[in-house]
Write a protein that binds this ligand. Structure first.
Ligand SMILES: CC(C)(COP(=O)(O)OP(=O)(O)OC[C@H]1O[C@@H](n2cnc3c(N)ncnc32)[C@H](O)[C@@H]1OP(=O)(O)O)[C@@H](O)C(=O)NCCC(=O)NCCS
Length: 201
C-alpha cells in the first residue's frame, strides 16, 4: 500500500477488546470533555480547548482533516460492545517528502488506565504503520514528567534516543524538554513474534 491507496477508505481496526474507528464530527462533545481533563492537559502539555467552537476547530484539523488531507490517521478507541469513545491514537507528520517516518500520539480516559488497553491499541496501530503505511521509523515525544507514558512506550520496545532541550511548550506556554523515543522497522520485526504470542494469551 502506498500513500494513494492507503487513503481510499478509512481503515477501521479490530483487536481482541477494541474497535479503532474513524473520527466523525459527532464525537466533538466527547473530545471537548476528554481534552479538558487535567490529566490529558498535563500528559500532553497542551491546554484544553477553550470552548466548543475551539474544540470543533481542533477536532476537524487534528482528527478529521488529518486523514482527509493525507497527512496521517487518528483513530477513536472504543471497547467492543460499547460504542462510546474512550481515547484516541494515531500517526501525524507523515510528510510526503519523508513518508517513511511519522510521529505517534495517544490518550486514554483515566478510568481505563492500568488495564493494557493502550498497549493493545498501540500494537495494532504500529503494525498498521509498518505493514500498510510502509514506515521505517516511528517517533514519540514525551515530557520527562510523564512517567506512565514513558513506561508504556519502553514496554512496547521503543528505544530512547535522547533528551531534546526546550523543544516545545508545556500547557502554560513555558518552554519544556521532550524525550525522544523511536521504533525502527528492524526493531518491530524482532518484536512481532512476541506480540503475536501476547495477543493469543
Ligand atoms: C499514556 C497512557 C495512555 C498510558 O495508559 P496506561 O493504561 O498506563 O497504558 P497501558 O495500556 O500500557 O497499560 C499498562 C498498565 O496496564 C497493566 N496491564 C494490565 N493488563 C495488561 C496487558 N494485558 N498488557 C499490558 N499491560 C497490562 C500494566 O500492568 C500497566 O499497569 P501499571 O502501570 O499500573 O503497572 C495514559 O496514561 C494517558 O492517556 N495519559 C494522558 C495522556 C498522555 O499522557 N498521552 C501521552 C502523551 S506523550
Amino acid at each position: 500500500m502506498n500513500r494513494k491507496t492507503a487513503f481510499s477508505k478509512f481503515p477501521e481496526i479490530r483487536t481482541k477488546h477494541l474497535i479503532l474507528q474513524q473520527p466523525t464530527m459527532k464525537d466533538v462533545e466527547w473530545y471537548f470533555e476528554h481534552f479538558s481533563r487535567h490529566e490529558m492537559v498535563w500528559g500532553g502539555g497542551e491546554p484544553g480547548p477553550k470552548n466548543m467552537a475551539v474544540a470543533r476547530e481542533e477536532f476537524r484539523e487534528y482528527l478529521v482533516d488529518l486523514y482527509r488531507k493525507r497527512r496521517g490517521f487518528r483513530w477513536i478507541i472504543t471497547l467492543k460492545g460499547e460504542g462510546q469513545p474512550i481515547g484516541t491514537l494515531g500517526f501525524y507528520k507523515w510528510a510526503p517528502s519523508a513518508g517513511y517516518q511519522a510521529e505517534m500520539g495517544y490518550d486514554l480516559a483515566k478510568e481505563h488506565w492500568g488495564k493494557g488497553i493502550m498497549t493493545e491499541a498501540m500494537m495494532a496501530v504500529i503494525d498498521f504503520g509498518f505493514e500498510r503505511m510502509e514506515l521505517n521509523r516511528i517517533e514519540v515525544y514525551i515530557m520527562p514528567r510523564n512517567k506512565r507514558s514513558i513506561k508504556m512506550i519502553k514496554n512496547l520496545g521503543f528505544k530512547r534516543e535522547g533528551l531534546l532541550r526546550q523543544r516545545f511548550f508545556d500547557e502554560f506556554g513555558n518552554f519544556a524538554d521532550d524525550l525522544l523515543f523511536s521504533m525502527l522497522r528492524s526493531d518491530w520485526e524482532g518484536l512481532r513474534a512476541d506480540w503475536k504470542e501476547k495477543r493469543r494469551s
